[in-house]
Design a protein around this ligand. Structure first.
Ligand code: PYC
Length: 321
């Protein structure tokens, strides 16, 4: 029987399953090189950790790995039910809150190497809870993530879905996104099936029309926006494995902020509140540094389960379905 400890958290409703100690060696290269080794030699482990019957399509995984960049304390590789992510905003917030729960980090700045670059997390000092009673929360869980540079790659691209034209921008926020406003759908929990179905067809149209990110990269996240009285914008984000993001999506919000800044609709350091379809909110802002747009996303994560994955060698579905 193989035993693999894990820690689950959620960030605005979106789960992150953290594996602190991988049961195999990934060598000494960069985190991007470690990701190549994972893809080539250990993809079964991703399915073991995340896929049914043990996991579900909604789970996002995080492997804690050694960074190669000497300025970083940690490296991380995020993954989902169908593959790997470049970066993950909700996942980084979940990672840092989980490390705080484990006593591995203190409030302050924590640099993390990802396959697409270094991100800088700030673990905030815990808020006083209990209205002036002076009771400190158990572990700090509010985290700001200064992401990799975000940018808009293509503007106002027209595609047809169900015979109707819609428009969107292709933007990078650590993953590739297609951001749509004129979809005509209500963004709420009662409409999840229609939102999922529509977003999937948008993705198929992007593929059919060869609309890609830089260097032919697949645009595998679809973001539909709507207005809300509770934030600056509300969004539905469809992830590559057809699960929707319960959080406002950190990399998706980063892509959105880059587009807003490019359109002159967001100033440097102006706070933008992005709400998810489940109602959770991230705060975001951008800074322009040397011609690059650097988004920062803030949110809270809560640890919610710790346990041990058991892999029984006799189990035909022990490594996932
Ligand atoms: O928060 O960046 C994010 C994210 C990507 C996929 C799911 N969540």
């Amino acid at each position: 029987m193989k035993r693999i400890p894990f820690l689950d958290s959620h960030t605005g409703g979106e789960p992150t399953r953290l594996i602190v100690a991988l049961p195999f060696d990934l060598g000494t290269g960069s985190v991007a090189q470690k990701l190549s080794t994972l893809k080539a030699d250990h993809d079964d482990f991703r399915k073991t950790v995340l896929n049914e019957p043990r996991g579900s399509d909604v789970l996002v995984g995080a492997y804690l790995v050694e960074p190669a960049d000497p300025t970083c304390q940690f490296g991380v590789i995020f993954f989902n039910n169908v593959g790997y992510l470049g970066m993950c905003g909700h996942g980084t917030i979940g990672l840092i809150a989980s490390l705080a729960y484990l006593g591995k980090v203190q409030p302050g700045i924590i640099r993390v190497e990802t396959p697409v670059g270094v991100v800088e997390a700030t673990l905030h000092f815990p808020l006083l809870s209990g209205e002036g009673l002076g009771v400190r929360s158990e572990y700090p869980n509010r985290v700001s993530v200064r992401n990799v540079p975000a940018y808009r790659h293509l503007t106002h691209i027209s595609i047809e879905v169900d015979g109707k034209p819609i428009h969107g921008d292709v933007a990078w926020g650590g993953n590739w996104f297609f951001l749509v406003h004129d979809h005509g759908l209500e963004v709420n929990m009662q409409n999840l099936e229609a939102l999922t179905d529509f977003s999937w067809r948008v993705r198929e149209q992007l593929t059919a029309n060869r609309i890609t990110g830089a260097n032919g990269a697949e645009v595998d996240h679809i973001e539909l926006f709507a207005s809300t009285p509770e934030a600056d914008s509300k969004s539905f984000v469809l992830c590559p494995g057809k699960a929707y993001d319960r959080s406002p999506c950190g990399t998706g919000t980063s892509a959105k902020l880059a587009c807003l800044y490019a359109d002159g609709k967001l100033k440097e350091n102006q706070i933008w509140k992005q709400q998810s379809v489940v109602g959770s909110v991230f705060e975001g802002s951008v800074q322009s540094v040397g011609g690059e747009i650097i988004p920062t996303i803030t949110g809270e994560a809560y640890v919610m389960a710790e346990g041990v994955i058991l892999v029984d060698e006799r189990d035909p579905f022990g490594n996932g379905i």
